[in-house]
Design a binder for this molecule. Structure first.
Ligand SMILES: Cc1cc2nc3c(=O)[nH]c(=O)nc-3n(C[C@H](O)[C@H](O)[C@H](O)COP(=O)(O)OP(=O)(O)OC[C@H]3O[C@@H](n4cnc5c(N)ncnc54)[C@H](O)[C@@H]3O)c2cc1C
Length: 302
């Protein structure tokens, strides 16, 4: 485990067909680490940016970007807040993340399309961030209502995500918000709490985009994806993407953090787990890292 360390680049062989290691920077010093298996897990937008920065003559637009899919297909959840009032007495600061309503996952009356999920979000002092004018109201809501959210999918497309310029990005296009379904879900959420006997407050406002996924998605076709279904980057042996950026869409009803556990499972099933386990002999051969042996102890797999 190398903490406080940036990964600057994934290195590939001269044919660009195989991963050979990474370049890391720690305390301002760059180190080259050799490995025949590299699992990139820098999240969004970190993984896509890293693959872009690792471009070579063989991969001029970035690793896994032969089809132009790197950075694209950004998906997310469209999220709105809803506050069912449950008590005239002030609620204690308890965490309430304990239920979800998934009845509208596949659609709803008068709405044939998948809609989304309604769930508790946990009590947070959100009123502290409110403007002075509405802080007293927000404080009242926060102490008498449960904080819930309703969440549908913001859709990925070829046009959503990052447009690269050199080592950075020139533009970022949000996932497509799906406003009619989002509005329908708000109505359904209000109705569900009303039928349960609770008045609820849900402001009409544009959705928040949470739980982003994509930008290095997996799929069968290199023209529309960065990695194959086992998370291995198309055309580059030993290079894997293992985080939320590999997911082709932000599934409902599960948040991306939870869904993000599936790429490691996929890779483990593929045999990558054994390959990426840190081997102490290799660690000692890393140029420069030997200096830090006291602080950077290699962790042997259990
Ligand atoms: C406020 C908030 C609340 C959330 N709540 C929930 C929830 O309730 N449930 C849920 O399921 N999900 C939730 N999520 C989403 C969830 O946190 C993410 O989907 C999940 O963390 C993504 O995991 P990841 O491994 O893809 O990336 P990350 O968790 O982002 O990890 C990537 C890591 O890589 C590091 N990194 C990036 N670039 C480099 C580099 N070049 N070199 C070295 N390191 C690098 C980053 O510093 C980071 O530590 C929430 C997200 C936010 C922001």
């Amino acid at each position: 485990m190398a903490t406080l360390t940036d990964c600057l680049q994934v290195v590939t062989d001269s044919d660009g067909a195989r991963a050979t290691g990474v370049v890391l920077r720690q305390d301002g010093i760059e180190h080259r680490v050799q490995s025949d298996t590299v699992a990139v897990c820098a999240g969004l937008p970190g993984s896509a940016m890293l693959l872009r920065k690792s471009r070579t003559g063989r991969h001029p637009e970035g690793l896994g970007n032969a089809g132009g899919a790197l950075g694209r297909y950004l998906g997310a959840h469209s999220v709105g807040m809803i506050f069912p009032f449950v008590s005239w007495r002030s609620l204690p600061p308890t965490h309430t993340k304990s239920f979800a309503i998934n009845d509208y996952y596949d659609g709803a009356p008068d709405w044939p399309y998948p809609v989304g999920v309604i769930q508790t979000g946990g009590q947070t002092p959100f009123w502290e961030g409110a403007s002075r004018a509405i802080r007293p109201i927000a404080h009242f809501v926060g102490h008498h209502a449960i904080t819930c959210f309703y969440m549908t999918e913001a859709l990925p497309s070829r046009d959503t995500g990052l447009i690269f310029k050199d080592d950075g990005t020139s533009t970022r296009v949000d996932a497509i918000p799906n406003p009619k379904t989002f509005a329908r879900l708000r109505t359904l959420a209000l109705g569900a709490f009303h039928r349960a006997g609770y008045r609820a407050l849900a402001r009409r406002r544009p959705p928040y985009q949470w739980h982003e996924v994509g930008t290095a998605r997996f799929g069968d076709d290199p023209a529309t994806s960065v990695a194959d279904p086992n998370c291995q980057v198309h055309g580059i042996q030993g290079l894997f993407v293992v985080d939320a950026s590999i997911l082709p869409s932000s599934t409902l009803p599960i948040s991306s953090g939870q869904t993000g556990r599936s790429p490691p499972s996929r890779c483990a099933a593929y045999g990558v787990e054994d390959a990426v386990q840190f081997r102490s002999d290799r660690f000692r051969h890393v140029s420069g890292f030997g200096r830090h042996d006291d602080t950077l102890k290699p962790e042997m797999p259990a």
